[in-house]
Design a protein around this ligand. Structure first.
Ligand SMILES: [Cu+2]
Length: 157
């Protein structure tokens, strides 16, 4: 097979850059322990409702400055009875799905989590302003996707 000089140069550049990029990813994953943004926790998606902490979803206080909000996403809603958290405190959101991929996106914040069945996605966030925030799903998950939303109330202590 005959390769033109430019093809050889182009192929060499491609192979070299592939090796560089894969090395960067490999080093960051294996020696610097970089993991997916939402964490590495897993869960049996068929047993979500029996598995702690998802058997009792909602907001719990972990200590003086930390709250945990546990939420199950499913077509087409979130099991989040009364989501209320104080302003200025760290809230650790733990979200999982029982069926398909959803998202947990809080409007006007940096919280935008992908919720994957079989995985527990974790993100902590501190609300700086009180008010009612809209939570919605921005991963198309079926015919009722547009009805998939809830709210979180951030109150002043
Ligand atoms: Cu959804």
């Amino acid at each position: 097979m005959h390769l033109h000089k430019y093809e050889k140069i182009w192929l060499t550049l491609g192979v070299i850059s592939l090796i560089i990029f894969l090395s960067v990813v490999g080093v960051s994953a294996f020696s610097q322990n970089h993991t997916p943004a939402g964490g590495m926790e897993t869960i049996d998606p068929k047993k979500v409702n029996e598995t702690a902490p998802f058997d009792n979803p909602g907001v719990t206080q972990l200590d003086d400055d930390t709250y945990q909000a546990t939420i199950v996403a499913m077509a087409f809603g979130y099991t989040a009875p009364e989501l209320k958290v104080p302003v200025g405190k760290e809230v650790v959101f733990k979200v999982t799905s029982t069926d398909v991929v959803h998202s947990f996106t809080i409007d006007n914040t940096k919280v935008n989590m992908m919720v994957v069945p079989g995985r527990i996605t974790t993100k902590s966030y501190t609300f700086e302003k009180p008010g009612t925030y809209l939570i919605l799903c921005n991963e198309y998950c079926g015919t009722g996707h547009h009805m998939m939303y809830t709210e979180i109330e951030v109150y002043e202590e």
